[in-house]
Design a binder for this molecule. Structure first.
Ligand SMILES: [Fe+2]
Length: 218
């Protein structure tokens, strides 16, 4: 059976998600749009990881190390994204929703976590020279969990859709996502997170997202 990650036929195996429907400025429609764009940033960079993993053997030692750092940064950013959802977005929405519906997202994160931890551990070992690069092992590791992550990326957009969160009072939705923006502004590092996310997002899809100061956008 072919695998989306390790099959050579798939240079960029994961399809981008359609931007969630609606108006980014409308409180109920904003969360799903934001999350679909953020997930696309992860998918876009993930495809570059899969693509370039086939070329690592011919890289110089310096380029190899830089590339391992890039993969590590991707895994760290994904871990950070999930922690933010679990510590802030999911519990605060759940508290106000008429019918709880965030448990499936948290459950998916549980299944994905060992994959993130495995990738973080491997990249650290590759960076400090404790382990030698092996393309087959790397792709096999991705194969164990990236299809699950890809499904999760799609499903989470649905759980945060306007229809699903409409039972939460509008001012509460706004307050929760204002807190998210503040948290990101306070915790994102300027030398790692901002350039990574900034270059992987498609600002043409939503020119006002993320709402960063003009000097970062520039
Ligand atoms: Fe998630």
């Amino acid at each position: 059976m072919s695998s989306p990650v390790s099959d050579d036929a798939f240079a960029a195996p994961f399809h981008l998600l359609p931007k969630a429907e609606g108006d980014w400025r409308k409180t109920y429609e904003n969360p799903a749009i934001d999350i679909s764009l953020v997930h696309n940033a992860f998918i876009r960079s993930l495809n570059t990881i899969v693509y370039w993993s086939r070329k690592v053997d011919s890289m110089s030692d310096k380029d190899k190390r830089d590339w391992f750092c890039y993969v590590e940064l991707w895994a760290e950013a994904l871990e950070h994204h999930h922690k933010l959802e679990e510590s802030l977005i999911f519990p605060q929405l759940e508290e106000k929703l008429e019918k709880p519906q965030m448990a499936s997202n948290v459950d998916a994160h549980r299944h994905i976590l060992p994959g993130i931890e495995g990738l973080l551990s491997l990249t650290k070992q590759l960076i400090n020279g404790e382990k030698q690069w092996n393309q087959r092992d790397f792709l096999a590791l991705l194969d164990t969990w990236l299809p699950t992550l890809n499904e999760h990326f799609k499903e989470e957009v649905v759980t945060l859709s306007a229809d699903n969160i409409r039972s939460v009072p509008e001012r509460d939705v706004k307050e929760i996502f204002d807190k998210v923006t503040k948290h990101i502004q306070q915790t994102y590092s300027f030398d790692r997170d901002v350039p990574f996310v900034g270059t992987c997002l498609d600002r043409q899809a939503e020119p006002d997202f993320p709402p960063w100061p003009f000097f970062i956008v520039w």
